[in-house]
Design a protein around this ligand. Structure first.
Ligand SMILES: *Cc1c(COP(=O)(O)O)cnc(C)c1O
Length: 457
């Protein structure tokens, strides 16, 4: 299966996740040559081997240029120096102020191009704990070939996040408030995708981070940051606030492609399944606790399945066994060799709510820099792992502080200044439909509105 088909489907028919058949590698010389290129040109070089001819260089470049024209920083993902060898990689300069714009803005353009070429429409159905929804709405609004239905849990997203989904007036955007939790939204999503007749009729497509094209687009900023700090001549470490293991898996992909990454630090909040797996070898979801970093309040870390495939030596049967054990017994154990492989490339740490607020506080005191809770998880964890002080540590800043004003104000006693887009949305009318926690209700809502299922008149 090619890149374009994988992008348009999201999830494999057997329920598994797609990974590249082989990891393309970039030579030292190619990586060294990135030093003279801007972000967009690096993106073309990193993505070309995955796209494999499904998009011409000219089309891919045009979509990359257009995607990043909406960013408000020329470097797209600028680095900020916090200490002698400590850096932040700001990934929040896109339209919805979180790192998900980086991939979503490009994904929307590539999907639209592919669908138009095929003369088809698609229906995007998504579940969001907050940031994916806004990023998808902003990226896909007004696109003729695509309708978007985003479910979010009632009362569990911030006002800023909700308005990003409910204020765009475009007819192809449908925000759905579900009377339930994020897990309920995800379960409805899975039920809809498992209903094969429905899935085919409405040409359902997924844009959650299980969509490989999203992860591919995220590999780019690891290269851009690495090269800016001296790769391939120097090694670099990254600390990545993560819940679904998506962003940090993109870092792993960069490493497999040849970027000299010393360590990838998995940074979690108290929903610490990844940190527990790292320290004990047992993957075991527990109940989710609500935190000030809601986009990481996840206990089923979907993309970890992709790493399992690599750790097992690309043994698909082994991954199926582990997934079956998770379903049947509620957990699985890594083999000693798999655990060793995990610990070779990664480190892991968790940050409590108290450590997160202390981190926000101490960074402001030391540098004046205001950050938000997700990024603070990354910084706190970067500060707790053993490291070689000669290797730069880059923490991924995944959201702008204005996206989580209440959490920032609770620590600092003042909100971060809101960008104009946030202020403007406060006065716009909101449009959202409230539905019960029931896949049937959501299915009939979609059936009444999606254009993909309508036979040509
Ligand atoms: C989605 C999100 C994360 C976690 O991303 P993963 O794909 O789970 O790694 C972290 N921070 C913010 C602000 C997010 O929106």
């Amino acid at each position: 299966m090619g890149f374009e088909d994988v992008m348009l489907t999201g999830l494999a028919a057997d329920g598994g996740l797609y990974v590249p058949a082989t990891w393309p590698t970039l030579s030292r010389d190619t990586i060294a040559g990135f030093a003279g290129l801007d972000y967009q040109a690096q993106a073309l070089e990193v993505l070309r081997p995955f796209v494999g001819g499904d998009f011409t260089d000219a089309d891919l470049s045009a979509d990359i240029a257009d995607a990043y024209a909406s960013f408000n920083h020329k470097a797209i993902t600028p680095l900020v120096q916090l200490g002698s060898n400590d850096w932040l990689l700001e990934l929040f300069h896109g339209p919805t102020l979180a790192f998900k714009d980086v991939a979503m803005q490009l994904l929307a353009r590539l999907m639209d191009r592919a669908l138009k070429r095929r003369g088809r429409r698609a229906t995007i159905v998504g579940a969001t704990s907050g940031d994916t929804g806004g990023a998808a709405v902003e990226a896909f609004r007004g696109r003729d070939a695509i309708d978007v239905f985003i479910m979010y849990p009632a009362g569990r997203v911030s006002d800023v996040q909700r308005r990003q989904m409910t204020t765009p007036p475009d007819a192809n955007i449908h925000a759905i408030e579900i009377e339930g939790t994020f897990d309920d939204c995800q379960n409805i999503l899975k039920a809809l995708f498992n209903e094969h007749a429905f899935r085919d009729r409405y040409q359902l497509a997924g844009v959650n981070s299980i969509n490989w094209a999203r992860l591919a687009a995220q590999i780019v900023y690891y290269f851009a940051a690495g090269v800016a700090l001296g790769a391939p001549h120097r090694r670099i470490s990254f600390a990545v606030p993560t819940g679904n293991f998506g962003d940090v898996f993109a870092g792993y992909a960069a490493m497999r492609m040849g970027l000299p990454i010393e360590r990838l630090v998995i940074a979690t909040n108290v929903n610490d399944i990844l940190e527990r797996t790292y320290s004990t070898g047992r993957y075991e979801p527990r109940g989710v606790q609500a935190t000030t970093s809601p986009s990481m309040d996840i206990q089923i870390s979907s993309n970890f399945e992709r790493l399992l495939f690599e750790l097992s030596g690309r043994d698909a049967a082994r991954v199926c066994d582990l997934m079956e054990s998770l379903r049947a017994q509620g957990s699985f154990a890594l083999s000693p060799a798999e655990l060793e492989g995990f610990r070779d490339s990664f480190q892991a740490a968790r940050a409590s709510e108290a450590q997160i607020s202390a981190q926000i506080q101490s960074l402001v005191m030391a540098t004046g820099y205001v950050t938000e809770p997700h990024t603070a998880v990354g910084l706190a964890c970067a500060g707790r792992v053993t490291r070689d002080p000669a290797v730069p540590m880059v923490t991924l800043a995944t959201a702008h502080p204005a996206k989580f004003p209440a959490a920032v104000a609770a620590v600092l006693g003042r909100e971060a200044p809101a960008p104009e887009s946030v202020v403007r949305q406060r006065d716009l009318p909101e449009r959202s439909s409230s539905l019960p926690n029931d896949p049937k209700a959501v299915a009939s809502f979609i059936a009444g509105r999606a254009r993909a299922g309508v036979p040509a008149a």
